[in-house]
Design a protein around this ligand. Structure first.
Ligand code: GDP
Length: 329
C-alpha cells in the first residue's frame, strides 16, 4: 500500500472513531499492548485505561504497582518488551548491592524502575491518592490517555494453592507461578474511585483486554460497582482472548485454566465472560471454534508482536464495535 493511501485510511478511521469514548480494563503485558494500540488509534481524551492493582504490594517500604507500571511504561515507549516488566535500558547497581548486603533481592527492581516506586511512595506518604500519584507519574512520562487504578483502597489478590494461601507476588515471582491454584481470593468491600465510575458511565465501548481473566480482569470487575456497571450500562462490551490455540502468549493463564476447572481454549474464555460481553475477539489460529451464547465475533490476528500490530488489532476491534453500535442504535 502506498504511504498516501495508508494515510487516507488512517484519516478515515480517525474520523470514524472521532467521538468515541473507550474504556479498557487491563492487567500487565497483554493489557498494556492493547492499551498502546488503542492509544495509537484514538486521541488521548478518548481513552481511559482502568488498571489492576490486585498485584500491588509493599517491598522494602516501597509501594509497587506492577500492572499499572507495565501499562504506563508501555504507553510511554520505555517498557522492556523482552521481560514484559520493568524499563528498557535498565541498570541494576542497586539490586546488585542489595544482594551483596544480604537484602531481599527476589523481586527484581532496576535503578530506573526504583525511581518510579520512590516517587510514588513519596506522593502517597504526602497523603496523595494512588490515582493522583499515577496521574503525576503518567504526566512526567508524557502518557496521554488516563490511566486509573481500579481503586484507591488496597485490594490484594491472594491465591489458594496446593501449598497454602499465598500473596500474589509470592506465588507469581518468588514461586514462579508453580503452586497449583485452587481458588483466587479477592477482597470484599473494595470501592471504585469516582473517576473510574465516571469513565465507565461515559463509555461507548468497554474492552476487556487480553489479560489473565482470573488474576488481572476479575480483580478489576470485583471492585464495586465495576462489574455491575459493565453488565448494566448500555455500552458495547468487548473481550479479547488471551488464549491463542490453547496457549498463553506469556504468563500463567493457560496453566491456570484447567487448574480452575475450565477447558484451555478461547471458547472457554468467551464462556467465562458470557454474561458481560457483546463482542468476542479471538485469534485466527482458533478459526471455527464454537461459542456458547453466540456473541458477535471477530476472528483476526490477535498476536501483538510490534507497535504496528497493536494498532492494527485496536483498529479492527474499534471498527467492528462501531459497526455493531451503528446497527443497534
Ligand atoms: P500480567 O499481569 O503481566 O500477567 O498481564 P496480563 O494479564 O495483562 O497479561 C497476560 C496475558 O496476556 C496472558 O494470558 C497472555 O496470553 C496475554 N497476551 C500477552 N500478549 C498477547 C498478545 O499479543 N495477544 C493476545 N491475544 N494475548 C496476549
Amino acid at each position: 500500500m502506498s504511504s498516501s493511501s495508508a494515510w487516507a485510511i488512517e484519516q478515515q478511521s480517525r474520523k470514524a472513531f472521532a467521538d468515541l469514548k473507550v474504556v479498557c480494563l487491563a492487567g500487565g503485558v497483554g493489557g498494556a499492548k492493547l492499551a498502546d494500540g488503542l492509544a495509537r488509534a484514538l486521541a488521548g481524551d478518548q481513552l481511559t485505561i482502568i488498571g489492576n492493582t490486585g498485584d500491588d504490594f509493599t517491598h522494602c517500604g516501597l509501594q509497587i504497582c506492577p500492572d499499572l507500571d507495565t501499562v504506563m511504561y508501555t504507553l510511554a515507549g520505555v517498557a522492556n518488551v523482552e521481560t514484559g516488566w520493568g524499563r528498557q535500558g535498565e541498570s541494576w547497581t542497586t539490586l546488585a548491592e542489595m544482594t551483596r548486603l544480604g537484602g531481599p533481592d527476589w523481586f527484581r527492581l532496576g535503578d530506573l524502575d526504583l525511581a518510579t516506586h520512590l516517587t510514588r511512595t513519596h506522593w502517597l506518604a504526602q497523603g496523595k491518592t494512588l490515582t493522583a500519584a499515577t496521574a503525576h507519574l503518567c504526566a512526567q512520562l508524557d502518557v496521554h490517555p488516563a490511566l486509573l487504578p481500579m481503586s484507591d483502597q488496597p485490594a490484594p489478590t491472594l491465591l489458594e494453592t496446593d501449598e497454602g494461601v499465598l500473596p500474589f507476588q509470592d506465588w507469581f515471582v518468588r514461586r514462579r507461578w508453580q503452586p497449583i491454584v485452587q481458588r483466587v481470593i479477592l477482597p470484599a468491600d473494595v470501592k471504585a474511585t469516582p473517576l473510574v465510575m465516571r469513565a465507565l458511565s461515559r463509555a461507548d465501548i468497554v474492552i476487556l483486554a487480553p489479560s489473565n481473566p482470573f488474576v488481572s480482569i476479575d480483580p478489576i470487575l470485583n471492585v464495586y460497582p465495576i462489574r455491575e456497571m459493565v453488565a448494566d450500562l448500555p455500552q458495547l462490551v468487548v473481550a479479547v482472548s488471551p488464549i491463542i490455540a490453547g496457549t498463553a502468549v506469556k504468563g500463567p493463564a493457560a496453566k491456570m485454566m484447567p487448574e480452575m476447572g475450565f477447558a484451555n481454549s478461547a471458547a472457554a474464555i468467551a464462556d467465562y465472560y458470557a454474561d458481560l460481553i457483546d463482542l468476542f475477539v479471538y485469534d485466527q489460529k482458533d478459526a471455527g471454534i464454537l461459542l456458547a451464547n453466540d456473541p458477535h465475533q471477530l476472528c483476526t490476528n490477535t498476536l501483538m508482536t510490534s507497535p504496528a500490530e497493536r494498532e492494527r488489532l485496536a483498529r479492527d476491534i474499534l471498527q467492528t464495535a462501531v459497526q455493531l453500535l451503528q446497527e443497534t442504535s
